[in-house]
Design a protein around this ligand. Structure first.
Ligand SMILES: CC(C)(COP(=O)(O)OP(=O)(O)OC[C@H]1O[C@@H](n2cnc3c(N)ncnc32)[C@H](O)[C@@H]1OP(=O)(O)O)[C@@H](O)C(=O)NCCC(=O)NCCS
Length: 489
């Protein structure tokens, strides 16, 4: 970027961003570096004197801001971290996220405090993390420790000028009898009051959720905080659930940067770590991810700036559990045809999709792919290939559909990206889509450009003109390399 670009973009960025929390806590804005940044924006400074890496850092961070804005992040903090010296910095990082218009829900654990209080009272706990049986004495200790914790967090957040409210957004029921053992006062989340949490976001209030809930009979129940974070993340369709843990996840001394849901489940099953705290995060992380949450992060909260570094850098510093799209998007099978027909009918009625019979789909079954979430088909895409003598084949995206209940979660973009990768594997150098109602989606979200009918392969052009649908023709050049691994399909 030239000098004038740099000088004009920075003041805008500063207006949008809350300089206070960044200055407090993000290295780029740390006291000494702010001065450098201001000097850079001076029109008298020569381009060679610009400390460009600072702008690179800033761009790197700002790149993420639009995609995170008004997305829900559920952050679950382990109780042990609350007593550590760096804890106020961690809360400042939470405040930074909220000030970037990210809708943050804060969940906290209290295992460490419960243990300490039980030791003081000389009580032997039936359970300290809300995963096993909670007897009456253990509940008593848990309620006291969690209430104190809540109060300490309210005080700390208030000192950071973050409006905060402890919310009772969970309906719980008794965990019941598991393996023949009555779990007594342990609870399970039955429902999340999404409306009350959204009301907090609307009022710029940070909802704070303790690992306690109340059942229909007014009995207090002990909950596991990781389970609370997962359930709240699922109910709010959060973009992320972030477990800020007492330690990070490692294998053979190396940080595990990424895990698929299957990997996370396997590690939890194999008890790959002896840390029960991390096992619970693997388990609930996989649960959240296999439902509606696309990304779950486990970060080591004892590391300075781990939360922001995980979110605002490509490499991250923790472990990310992600839904494995290529296992979710799979080739359609004959048995999917009735579900596909039922799903597509509304869009066919709305004239967004070309009418198709079951026989049409059956005849072209290898071109069809189904997106399934938790085993249920919720979307589809077809990739047709048009061969042209003496030229590379052209791929066409068709039958792109995401069910109403799962719209706006990124599935449409995922399906198109999958179609593009499939097209590349088939040797296509361009991909087209003919759309009457979703052309802006292709242009604005996926970098397609409108094109003239002349770019269509001859046989396709004939069908296009014959159909009289007057669809817009969208095209994308596929010669640029894909960032994605090849589909396993
Ligand atoms: C088009 C469709 C596949 C998008 O699926 P999706 O899973 O909701 O898409 P994503 O979650 O990846 O993207 C959502 C974003 O695209 C935008 N978008 C979705 N459909 C759009 C449309 N028809 N026109 C313009 N923008 C659209 C949303 O507003 C949202 O924007 P935001 O991220 O700024 O909030 C889905 O709406 C659909 O099935 N439509 C009916 C069938 C159809 O038209 N298919 C295309 C045939 S070519």
């Amino acid at each position: 970027m030239g000098k004038s670009g740099a000088t004009s973009s920075l003041p805008n960025a500063q207006r949008k961003l809350p300089t206070e929390p960044f200055a407090l806590h993000f290295p780029l804005f740390a006291a000494g570096k702010i001065a450098e940044t201001e000097a850079v924006s001076s029109p008298t400074l020569s381009p060679s004197a610009r400390p460009s890496p600072r702008f690179e850092d800033l761009r790197g961070i700002l790149r993420y801001v639009p995609q995170f804005r008004q997305r829900v992040f559920v952050i679950a903090i382990d109780g042990a971290l609350i007593e550590r010296p760096g804890f106020s910095s961690l809360l400042q990082d939470v405040a930074v996220l909220q000030s970037l218009n990210i809708e943050v829900v804060l969940v906290f654990g209290a295992r460490s405090q419960i243990r300490q209080l039980a030791a003081q009272r000389k009580i032997s706990l039936s359970n300290d993390d809300g995963m096993g049986r909670t007897d009456a004495d253990s509940l008593d200790v848990a309620v006291d420790a969690i209430t104190r914790q809540s109060s300490a967090l309210m005080a700390a957040l208030t000192a950071l000028e973050v409006p905060v409210a402890v919310t009772n957004a969970l309906s719980v029921h008794p965990a019941g009898v598991i393996n023949g053992i009555d779990q007594e006062f342990t609870g399970r989340v039955e429902r999340v009051d999404v409306e009350s949490l959204r009301a907090c976001f609307k009022a710029d209030i940070l909802p704070l959720l303790p690992p306690l809930g109340y059942d229909g009979k007014g009995t207090t129940r002990r909950l596991n905080s990781d389970a609370v974070a997962a359930e709240v993340g699922i109910a709010l369709r959060a973009a992320k659930v972030i477990f800020v843990s007492e330690s990070g996840l490692h294998r053979n001394g190396q940080r595990i940067p990424q895990l698929t849901i299957q990997d996370a489940r396997e590690l939890a099953r194999e008890q790959a770590t002896t840390d029960v705290n991390l096992l619970s995060k693997l388990r609930y992380g996989a649960l959240a991810c296999s439902a509606t949450v696309p990304r779950v992060h486990i970060v080591d909260g004892t590391q300075e700036e781990a939360l922001l570094a995980e979110l605002f850098s490509n490499e991250g510093v923790g472990t990310m559990i992600h839904a494995d799209d290529y296992h979710q998007i799979r080739p359609a099978r004959e048995g999917d045809i009735p579900a596909l027909m039922a799903m597509l009918q509304q869009s066919i009625d709305d004239a967004a999709l070309v009418p198709r019979s079951a026989a049409d789909i059956r005849d072209n079954l290898p071109d069809f792919f189904v997106l399934q979430v938790d085993g249920n088909p919720i979307g589809s895409v077809a990739v047709h290939t048009h061969t042209v003598t003496g030229a590379p084949p052209t791929a066409e995206i068709a039958c792109l559909f995401v069910s109403r209940s799962h719209k706006n979660c990124g599935h449409g973009r995922r399906l198109v990206t999958f179609a593009e990768d499939t097209a590349r594997l088939r040797g296509c150098q361009q991909i087209i889509a003919l759309s009457t109602q979703a052309f802006r989606f292709f242009e604005e979200k996926l970098d397609y450009h409108t094109a003239a009918p002349e770019i269509l392969p001859p046989s396709r052009r004939e069908a296009y003109e014959h159909s009289a649908r007057n669809s817009k023709i969208l095209r994308k050049d596929l010669s640029a390399a894909s960032n994605l691994p090849p589909p396993s399909a």
